[in-house]
Design a protein. Structure first.
Length: 340
């Protein structure tokens, strides 16, 4: 499906050197910010208090989040858990406060907002609840309260890095078998370029890096690979179809021919991601933000970084098109028409 077709080949590779110099500078800056500022890790990585609060009716997440924000704590995560009545609250560790003291302050603040008072749950002496003026109506209940230690955070960090490494290795193996090792290497370098730049944005702006953002980074890896495979597939097809084209012309033609598909695919995906960004609330905010950055840089890296690296590595027609035995009447046979 195509909305339009460009009949004139755009010389993308003419600007490959300048654009890749910009990419290298951006990559170096991202590494610098990661090394100096580091990532602003969420509770899943650093440890903290995780509490589950239950309401008798559907909970207003915005009101819960606003009440906790008034306590002066940053990076608090509030989301539904299981049902619309159950709320999971993740609190980063605070100096001078134990996790029990933190949860107590949160319940007291939520209870005050609900015009109730904090008391022992009449149905379970081990749990605290917010009761109404009649001392019988439960306005909310603290169902669970636990501390997630930094050991869990270290384990999650280690597993996340292992997942990234396995994805990179899998991509190289897949592309090496499907195309050629030069394409495999160029794609992995381009994907590494995308991932580091996403992480650099989060380090520079001190955005919270959570498990959902890690999931977005992994999704961007697959998304960028898909775009690179489409372009590389067209390059291989062009090598077979246009024998008089050199490598640069072949790559330019392949990128130009896939522009319509790129706009349709990435445009429709970006619309969904933007809807999550604007209407998904704080829970999906950084997830959608990471995807937005990744999609934009994924298009750029597939067209200019991966293709340019493959060109500089010396990819040739012979790397992708196997020579077939000479057949009688083959126009490429130098002996055709010879008389013995």
């Amino acid at each position: 499906m195509e909305f339009f077709r460009i009949h004139r080949t755009i010389p993308f590779m003419r600007h490959a050197l300048v654009l890749n110099i910009i990419s290298i500078l951006t990559f170096v800056l991202a590494v610098f910010f990661l090394a100096t500022r580091g990532l602003h890790l969420s509770v899943e990585f650093t440890g903290g208090t995780v509490m589950q609060v239950s309401y008798p009716q559907a909970a207003d997440l915005g009101a819960v989040r606003g009440t906790i924000d008034k306590l002066g704590w940053n990076d608090v995560q509030v989301q539904n858990f299981g049902t619309s009545r159950d709320v999971m609250i993740r609190l980063p560790p605070q100096k001078g406060l134990s996790y029990t003291q933190q949860s107590t302050q949160v319940i007291q603040a939520l209870c005050t907002r609900a015009s109730g008072h904090y008391a022992v749950n009449p149905h379970n002496s081990e749990k605290m609840a917010c009761l109404g003026a009649d001392n019988t109506t439960e306005l909310l209940q603290l169902k669970s309260n636990e501390f997630v230690g930094p050991q869990v955070g270290n384990e999650l960090t280690s597993n996340g890095l292992k997942a990234l490494a396995m994805v990179a290795v899998g991509i190289m193996i897949y592309l090496a078998f499907r195309f050629e090792w030069k394409f495999a290497l160029s794609t992995v370098l381009a994907n590494l370029h995308d991932v580091i730049i996403i992480l650099g944005f989060f380090a520079f702006f001190r955005w919270e890096f959570s498990l959902s953002v890690l999931a977005a980074v992994l999704a961007v890896l697959g998304y960028s690979v898909n775009e690179s495979v489409v372009i590389f597939d067209r390059i291989r097809e062009n090598f077979r179809r246009y024998r008089k084209m050199d490598t640069v012309e072949t790559i330019n033609n392949a990128i130009t021919a896939t522009i319509s598909r790129t706009i349709i695919t990435h445009g429709s995906t970006q619309l969904v991601v933007l809807s999550m960004f604007f209407f998904g609330g704080p829970t999906l905010h950084y997830f959608a933000l990471a995807l937005t950055i990744g999609i934009c840089f994924g298009i750029y890296s597939s067209c200019f970084v991966a293709a340019a690296i493959a060109m500089w590595l010396g990819v040739r027609r012979e790397d992708l098109v196997k020579k077939s035995p000479k057949r009688e009447g083959d126009p490429d046979d130098p002996n055709i028409g010879a008389v013995v």
